[in-house]
Design a protein around this ligand. Structure first.
Ligand code: XBP
Length: 261
């Protein structure tokens, strides 16, 4: 088994359940603060997550509201204002401890650091949201732990476009890299694959049953080696979290087995 050179993290849904515990709630707080009658329940937010980018999501929803501004220019301005408020509320929720990291995330990050596997962030969420989450959980020097950080402001096109991954690979440097991504959404999987990055999926709240065409492995989360497809060998080991050696096994196998949907 060859070791990995780098691991690229998606943020929303992978590092934490930020969509469920953060963004949706914060959008509703922002609607209220802006005097707007709109509210998104879980079902509606789940539908809207097909659109990458919080501001873009809001604009798409506005198109369904008769009480939204009629001029595109005014809608854009309102979306910018509400989105900025949303990000502030989201950061406040993180600072208040409302959004824990998912189980197994910190342990895998620590293993990467201990074993010299470089890490990157490949997210099309706003940089402020990534900063708020990782500052809270990893400390003020969090950026020093990542060799590449690519966020929504850095790209022209959000996922499923591969740009975020192409940029992350570029920042990791020249030469062939044995790299893997961790995603939770169909758009994220599509983006990684289009950049030729093998991708595994940790299921998240909003994409629990979504089809993930082309992932090299799909499972419930990093905290548990059980419940993954392809299954991980037990090798007489007690149950435990998914580690770098497990991920390397999936990367090795990817040419040998059909990809999972
Ligand atoms: C996640 C997104 C983001 C977040 C909200 O992208 O689509 O829009 O839902 O963040 P990724 P913003 O899958 O790359 O993590 O409001 O900052 O867009």
């Amino acid at each position: 088994m060859r070791r990995l050179d780098a691991l690229l993290w998606d943020v929303d849904g992978v590092l934490a359940e930020t969509e469920r515990d953060g963004h949706r709630v914060a959008f509703n707080q922002a609607f209220e603060a802006c005097g707007l009658p709109w509210r998104w329940d879980d079902a509606r937010y789940g539908e809207l997550l097909r659109i990458s980018g919080g501001r873009e999501r809001l604009l798409a929803d506005m198109a369904t509201h008769a009480d939204a501004p009629s001029l595109a220019r005014d809608r854009e301005a309102l979306a910018r204002a509400v989105h900025a408020r949303k990000n502030t509320f989201h950061a406040q929720r993180i600072a208040a401890g409302a959004i824990p990291l998912r189980d197994g995330v910190l342990e895998l990050m620590q293993e990467c650091l201990a074993r010299g596997v470089r890490m990157g962030i490949a997210s099309t969420t706003s940089r402020a949201n990534v900063d708020a989450l990782l500052h809270h959980h990893l400390g003020a020097a969090w950026q020093g732990r990542f060799a590449a950080i690519v966020c929504g402001e850095d790209v022209q096109r959000k996922k499923p476009d591969p740009e975020v991954y192409v940029q992350a690979l570029r920042r990791l440097g020249d030469g062939p890299l044995r790299v893997v991504a961790i995603e939770d959404s169909p758009d994220g999987v599509a983006a990684a694959r289009a950049a030729a990055v093998p991708v595994l999926v940790t299921r998240s709240a909003y994409f629990a049953a979504a089809t993930m065409a082309g992932a090299i492995a799909i499972g419930p989360g990093l905290q548990d080696r059980d419940g993954w497809r392809p299954a991980l060998p037990r090798d007489g080991r007690p149950p435990g979290r998914v580690g770098l050696d497990d991920i390397a096994v999936w990367v090795d196998r990817r040419e040998a087995v059909p990809r999972f949907a």
